[in-house]
Ligand binder design. Structure first.
Ligand SMILES: [Zn+2]
Length: 113
């Protein structure tokens, strides 16, 4: 992946992460995160709370970036995709299902570029 994208990703992900964290009640500081190129995932969150983000996500719309960040941040409190997890997403991004569907539908194009 080109360095230009990676530099931009670091800057934008950190800025959006800070903005999303500001809306949440369970954390006030952005978790430590790093980038990893992945073919099938936009991000992940380990049980210890380490967040990985796919640098290709930088090519997605801001709303989609925010969705992935919110998704991983919700895993800090719910380490699964339970109804409670979906309830958290509903609270902070009511339209997350359509954002996710669109993002996943475009993933081959975005990651393949
Ligand atoms: Zn997840």
């Amino acid at each position: 992946m080109r360095q230009w994208y990676r530099d931009r990703a670091v800057e934008v992900f950190q800025r959006r992460l800070d903005l999303v964290v500001d809306c949440l009640s369970w954390t006030t500081t952005a978790p430590a995160w790093r980038m990893m190129e992945m073919q099938t995932q936009w991000g992940s969150c380990s049980p210890e709370g380490a967040v990985l983000l796919n640098p290709h996500l930088i090519k997605a719309p801001t709303r989609a970036i925010d969705y992935v960040l919110l998704h991983e941040l919700c895993h800090l409190v719910e380490h699964n995709h339970s109804p409670r997890f979906c309830g958290l997403l509903d609270r902070f991004m009511p339209e997350w299902r359509s954002v996710k569907e669109k993002l996943d539908g475009e993933s081959e194009v975005i990651i393949g570029v």
